[in-house]
Structures are given as structure tokens and as C-alpha cells.
Ligand binder design. Sequence first.
Ligand SMILES: Nc1ncnc2c1ncn2[C@@H]1O[C@H](COP(=O)(O)OP(=O)(O)OP(=O)(O)O)[C@@H](O)[C@H]1O
Ligand SMILES: [Mg+2]
Length: 529
Amino acid sequence: MQKIRFNELDVSKEILKAVDDMGFEETTPIQSNAIPAVLAGKDIVGQAQTGTGKTAAFGIPLLEEMDADNKDPQAIILCPTRELAIQVSEELKRLAKYKKRIYTLPVYGGQSIKRQIRALKKGVQIVIGTPGRVMDHIRRGTLKLEQINYFVLDEADVMLDMGFIDDIETVLRDIPDDRQTLFFSATIPKSIRRLSRKYQKNSQFLKVAHEKLTVPSIEQYYYELRRHDKLKALSRLLDLNNPELAIVFCNTRKMVDELNIKLQARGYLSDAIHGGLNQNQRDRVMGKFRNGIIEILVATDVAARGIDVDDIEAVFNYDLPQDTDYYVHRIGRTGRAGKSGKAFSFVVGKDIYKLRDIQKYTKTKIKRDKIPSADDIEEAKFELFNEELSAYIESEKLEKYIELIENIIDEEYSAIEIAAALMKKSLNKVEDLAEEKVVSPNFGDTGAEPGMVRLFINIGKKDRISPRHIVGAIAGETGLPGGLIGAIDIYDNFTFVEVPREKGHDVLEIMKNNYIKGNKINIETAKAK
Ligand SMILES: Nc1ncnc2c1ncn2[C@@H]1O[C@H](COP(=O)(O)OP(=O)(O)OP(=O)(O)O)[C@@H](O)[C@H]1O
Ligand SMILES: [Mg+2]
């Protein structure tokens, strides 16, 4: 049983109406397999490719089985991160749109526990949470387990990788034996099979029959390069492909932060997400990414697990993942729900062996490709320019300008010379910023604290400059109190500072005139202040 219509399943008209509102036409294979199995009371391990609707595969039968007259929790869904708990909860809310008396609640750390307790007291049937906070509620007695009939682990494998096994086992021991236990992920390693043998009854392993582990609509490429060429390669691929939204994965939090700053300094609208950020920061970043305020999300593996954002057109493995399974989850952030996408992996030295393992494991061919040259980018920009130009000529009223140009032609220049000069001027504007990076003010919303703006300053050799020097120089020259100049750090050959938004342009002007010589900050003067 693969794709069928939802009304061929034994589900209520409320659910049928909701999936129709959501625009779902047919079930996905995991849905046509899992929904009847869960409704029939089975324990299952569900494995299906990324972006193929596993959330609704467990969400729909859970919603069907909830007793609206019972206000106690009847299902717990555990997710590895707060973002995912929120996302799953939102998908369930959409599915429950016409089941007015079923309440779902996400509970996760970082959010006021009192608010969650109040909500739980009012009556909630499905609790979606991260293990830490769920445990906390259980210990406090604010999450009652007596009525729990369903226990779901979403992204089951990464939950074990993250060391949540003790928490999971504690919860499993405490909820009634006659419950149903469901595990889901795109990759099911042996550790999950073991957990299944221990805690599930007559478990059914639903591996949706697919030859490949990755989605076929994702084009996959790799690039062999040297470590220090990665940033250039990333910039070129971003410029050439121009993805609306993209995720770039690095292997450590530190790399994520560093790369994000470098991208921002090059004028990209990027921001970083990883487990080292606090709740507010993470919410802000995810919100900006979902709304397209930032276009590039630089992330660690866990932070992006299961994340479902429309229109992510490209995924970059800036570092190749340590684990082959992680490759599957990473590139699965694109090509969701039947859409197409591209995945680009950077391969340095011995990474090539890991890449071979990945190909063997996922049963896919990752195509080798060349990093686009500066000429390729220029050509692409030129093509885009031509297209935009034609559209502009078609849509705008140009009579007045035609007259003006005719005058210049008469006097000195040919039409071709004038067109060439205008073209160079218009194309260069963008390139100057990206290439020289002397000072690139980024007034877009790129990770600065609220009310602040980030300024990037090229400082040439970093060994002679400390953050203190830079704050000193800015404070001295602009009269801003040092306390208002924030978040300073030094990366490679540049630094950034955050200053109050309304002072941004002033500070920039002053810094340009006084401290930027060529492309170096004049640190001697800064020290003297
Ligand atoms: N039957 C369907 N038809 C069309 N779209 C669907 C269907 N079921 C789910 N979707 C949509 O597909 C997207 C991906 O679903 P979901 O996030 O549940 O995937 P997943 O299998 O959990 O992926 P991952 O392994 O990355 O967690 C969501 O936006 C969801 O609303
Ligand atoms: Mg999922």
C-alpha cells in the first residue's frame, strides 16, 4: 500500500477536512502504512525518507484516539529540540482544526514552567516536549502519566545519540503497560531496534520500501577542495545558485558561529543556530529564517533535525558529517513534500572515503562538480542582469531618459559606450562590497541584538588588535559610551561591533574617515586613545 486518498483510510470527517485544508491530496506511503497500524493498536517503528509526512503519520491516529471528555494527558510525543516540539505541535494543531475539544501543548525548557503548568491544569490530551522539561513536569506531578496510552519518539535515533536514553527509559517505565509505543525517524540504527525489543510489544517495523535512503528529487553534488578554499567555494555556489533559503551545516558550534560571522561580513543575510544559544535567541533566529528575513541558516546537526521550512532550496555540508545517517537528515531539509532541492558537500582530503561510505549507505550517486569560477559567476550575473534589464525595458516608461541619452550621443559617446558604462556601474556596485569588504554595514537584521546594528571592519592582521582596542577606538572617536558598543570578537582579518541602530551610520562614517586606511584599521591611533 503506497499512496492512497485520505478518505480510503478509516479516519473521521474532521481529519479529512483538515488535511484537505492543508492541501494534502494523497497520503504519503508512511501515512498509508502507519495510520491503519496505529489505529489497529500496533506498536511500530516507522522509517521513511525525510520530508515525507511522518508527523501526520503518527499525529492523525493519535488525534483520532484521544478521548475529548478526558482532560488528562493521553499521549506524550518526545522530540530532540524545542524548535521541533513547537513545529510538531503546530502540525498537530492544524490537523486538529475541526476537533475542537482536543488540546495539544508543547513543553520545553527555557519557557516559563508556570505557564505550562497552568495550561496542563486546564486540560491537555497530547503533550509534545523535550525530554528534560517532560521529566521536570513528571517529577513535579504536573504531568500525570496514569492515562497515557501513546508514547511517541520522533527522531528516535538522535534522541539516543543525545544521551536521553535514561530519561526515555524512566518515562517508559512509569507509563501504563497497555500503552502503544511508536518510534519514528528517517534512519533507524541498531540502537533503536534494541530499544524496540525492550519496550515495544509485537512491534511492526514499517520501513517504507524505497531503494534509496535519500529523496530522489534532491540533486547531490560534491566538491574536492582545500580547507581554506571552503569559504570562497560557498560564496560562489551561493552566488551562482542564488537559493531563496539555504542551510549550511558545520560540525561544531564554534564553526557555526565563525562561519556565520564570515558570511555576514560578506554581505549575506545569515544567522546561526545551535544548542549553545538561549531560548530567545533560537526563537528569534528560527522566526527570521521562516519569514525569509535571513536567507542562510548556519546550523549544527541537532539544531536542524526534523525542521520543516518551505522553500529551502539548497543544503551545504560545509563540513562533511561524522555520521552517515546525519548526511541523510541534513540534506533532507530540502526537497520536502515532493519539492526539488540541491545538496552540496565539501570534501577535504580523507573526507573522500567518508563520502564513499555515504554513497554506499544511501545507495545514491553524489556527482562530482567543479567550484564555479569567478567567470562563471560573472556570466550568471550577466544573464540575470540581461533578464532584469529586458523586463525593465518592457515595464518602465523611458521616453524622458531616451531624450537625455540622445543628447549625450550627439555630443560625445556612442550608444554602446554609454550602455557599457551604465552596465559596469550597476554591476560593480554589488561586487565592490562583496570583494573588498573594507567596511560592509549590514543594516539588515543579521543577528544583532534588538535595536543594535552590526558593523564589520576589516582589520588586516589580527595579532596586533584586541577587542579592547577596537571598542576604545570607536568610543573615543564617536563619543559613544563603551557600554553601548557590544558583541565584539575578532575573526580572521575582520571584526564586528554592534552599536545602537540610530548611531549606525554616524559610527560608520567616523570609522571610515578615521580608522580605515586602505583596508586596515589604524591600530596605532586606536591604542593611543
Ligand atoms: N500527504 C501529504 N501530502 C502533502 N504534503 C504533506 C503530506 N503529509 C505531510 N505533508 C507536508 O510535508 C512536509 C514534511 O512533513 P514532515 O515534517 O512530517 O516530514 P518528516 O517525514 O517528519 O521529515 P523529517 O524526517 O525531516 O522529520 C510538511 O510540511 C507537511 O505538512
Ligand atoms: Mg519529522
